[in-house]
Design a protein. Structure first.
Length: 225
């Protein structure tokens, strides 16, 4: 039976999460892939291995079921990455209140739920928590409630790190600049590729146990803000 580390990724059906699943699968991790789109997850699992668990991170029960599925399949969890999230048009009058509702619940409460559900298993494995923040969680974007959600994730990473100090669990905030994924409605020149962020994640994971890379902020070489 394999003793390869087990990596749970939310937001794995697309973009940064899917690219990192490919990189981690190639590096030998056993994968647990989570998002709402079961069909995309199953296609990715067929390609890279691992299990697909349809999960809406806004729902606490789904996060519990995700970690339970990982434990049932593999018996342990070594890495959990709260990566699911999405944006909104800037401008305080631009998006519908229900879009705001789901964005805040996904980006903030969903991330907190995913980490919470995983902590008991991570304590056993002396594992690793990853959260996806943003450049927008390091500077204020005009009219951007999305930016506010990512400031909350920046704070969450440090709150979790301090809470789990002395447990052996490491905490890494991955803060991307613009990455060419379905996050954006339109393609554009000059963005990072999802693989660029996957390499940053793999770097943090590859460090020896006494090294905790607390944050990686990656911009395209030309990104003013
Ligand atoms: O975007 P995309 P990215 N429950 O749209 C999932 C942050 N970020 O890879 O549920 C569970 O390809 C969704 O799957 P589905 C960004 O804020 C990005 O760029 O099937 N899953 C999909 O797998 C986010 O935190 C940029 O629709 C839910 C995934 O989330 C992370 O990077 C810059 C869900 C989104 O994949 C990945 O985004 C930056 C839910 N309730 C930060 N709602 C950038 N692209 O430029 C959504 O600074 N998902």
């Amino acid at each position: 039976m394999s003793d390869a580390p087990v990596f749970v990724i939310t937001g794995a059906s697309s973009g940064i999460g899917a690219a990192t699943a490919r990189a981690a699968g190639g590096a030998g991790y056993r994968l647990v892939l989570a998002a709402r789109s079961r069909d995309k997850l199953e296609a990715l699992a067929a390609e890279v291995g691992g299990v697909a668990v349809a999960t809406d991170v806004m729902r606490w029960e789904d996060n519990e079921a995700l970690i339970a599925a990982a434990l049932a399949e593999f018996g342990r969890v070594d890495v959990v990455w709260a990566n699911a999230g999405f944006g909104a048009t800037r401008g305080w009058l631009e998006e519908t209140p229900s879009h705001w509702h789901d964005m805040v619940l996904t980006n903030v409460l969903g991330a907190a739920y995913t980490v919470r559900a995983a902590i008991p298993a991570l304590k056993s494995s002396r594992g690793h928590v990853l959260l996806t923040g943003s450049v927008a969680g390091r500077r204020v974007m005009p009219g951007s409630l999305y930016s506010c959600t990512k400031w909350a994730v920046t704070a969450m990473a440090e709150a979790v790190r301090q809470d789990l100090n002395d447990t052996g669990i490491r905490t890494t905030l991955i803060s991307p600049g613009a990455v060419d994924t379905p996050f954006f409605d339109n393609p554009s020149e000059g963005r990072l590729e999802p693989d660029d962020i996957a390499r940053a994640v793999m770097y943090a994971l590859a460090q020896p146990p006494h090294v905790d890379v607390n944050e990686i902020l990656v911009r395209p070489t030309a990104q003013a803000g």
